[in-house]
Unconditional design. Structure first.
Length: 178
């Protein structure tokens, strides 16, 4: 048996997996969706078991946020609703709906990029993920590749506003979360 570490296990840094979530966010941008991407990592194997980006416009579904789609894929992969061996990486602080789904899925760790000062449900507007009265409270790390995540969101909204003007706080989706 070799002592060599397989390539996919060499870099398990949060930045690596947030980079994968950013790839998904760019796919959303190209599809004219709010550019939020998510991936779910299986901790034991070090492999991504789900990846998604916002598809609300495509699916005409208000629940088609990147996190919800990724959670659904991971549940299908595991054939279970409890995702206790996973880490969710998402480019934007989860909204109320997505934070609720994270708690319900028992995801033990969440890593996000940009804060969402208008709709974030970890620490910005609401504190769902940090609420100790929940039956499950995940570990949360924010700010991983936040500048890249925020820049993508700003570029998206700047292109869609008359005159290219930006509104609101940097990194904010201005009421259009996840």
């Amino acid at each position: 048996m070799s002592d060599e570490v397989p390539d996919f296990l060499e870099d398990l840094s949060p930045e690596r997996f947030m980079g994968e979530a950013l790839k998904e966010a760019r796919r959303a941008f190209e599809a004219e969706e709010v550019p939020v991407g998510a991936v779910i990592l299986d901790v034991e194997s070090g492999r991504i078991v789900a990846r998604a980006h916002n598809q609300r416009e495509l699916l005409r579904d208000p629940t088609a946020h990147a996190e919800i789609l990724a959670i659904t894929q991971a549940a299908d992969y595991y054939k279970a609703w409890r995702l206790t061996g996973c880490v969710l990486y998402v480019t934007l602080e989860p909204c109320l709906m997505c934070a609720g789904a994270i708690v319900q899925a028992r995801i033990p760790e969440v890593v996000y990029g940009a804060v969402d000062p208008k709709a974030g449900a970890h620490c910005s507007t609401f504190e769902v993920l940090a609420n100790s009265s929940n039956n499950h409270v995940p570990r949360v790390q924010g700010g991983v590749l936040a500048d890249e995540s925020s820049a993508l969101l700003k570029d998206f909204f700047r292109q869609r506003r008359p005159g290219g003007a930006s509104r609101g706080d940097p990194g904010s989706t201005n009421g259009a979360p996840g």
